[in-house]
Design a protein around this ligand. Sequence first.
Ligand code: SF4
Ligand code: SF4
Length: 195
Amino acid sequence: MEITKDVLKELCRNKGVDLVGIGDTDFPLYPTSIVVGTVIPAGMREKGFWQVIPKYLKIFNKNNKALNAVAKVLKQQGFKINKQTAFSFTGDLRPQVERAGLGSKGENEMVLNPKFGANVLYAAIYTDCKLPPDEKVYGVCIRCYRCRRACPAQALTEKGLNIRRCLPYALTACQKCLDVCPIGGIEYKNRKDYR
Ligand code: SF4
Ligand code: SF4
């Protein structure tokens, strides 16, 4: 089987993920990334993080199944792979999501997908199979600064995120900077199948 972007994307979509992108990387051994994203169900955040852990695990599993399918095909063709998920400690996934053309970074420090905003959980696989990257998207954030104004810790400033200010709130599942972001809101809330 010839490995093409379309083949890999179809494999992922068949496993139920919402977004798939192909990116380049800074890793000489793994020049290509395949990034998948699954939309976080609408209304999930209002319930608080600890109550919805099983739902997060379901999303995590969906992403994982897609990447496992990709890994299997790539390995069968003799390519090397390396996986990275939202729960992985091997680094920040946001630059890779941008490089795979799935969104651009907003003032709330999250990658905003044009359709679903920050309401997506991502995972990625790296491979030595060379594929042309998808086109990047720019300027998704409209700089309305609702995120800054809504932040109870004044953790978001023109200098970016002050993690020390944010952390005590984030530990209580504060996500106000995400809830107020208008990007992708309509599309996201229309996802009745996810409620
Ligand atoms: S999670 Fe809460 S405290 Fe942290 S930046 Fe967002 S709104 Fe501010
Ligand atoms: S709330 Fe406005 S400024 Fe903040 S990330 Fe969303 S679009 Fe950008």
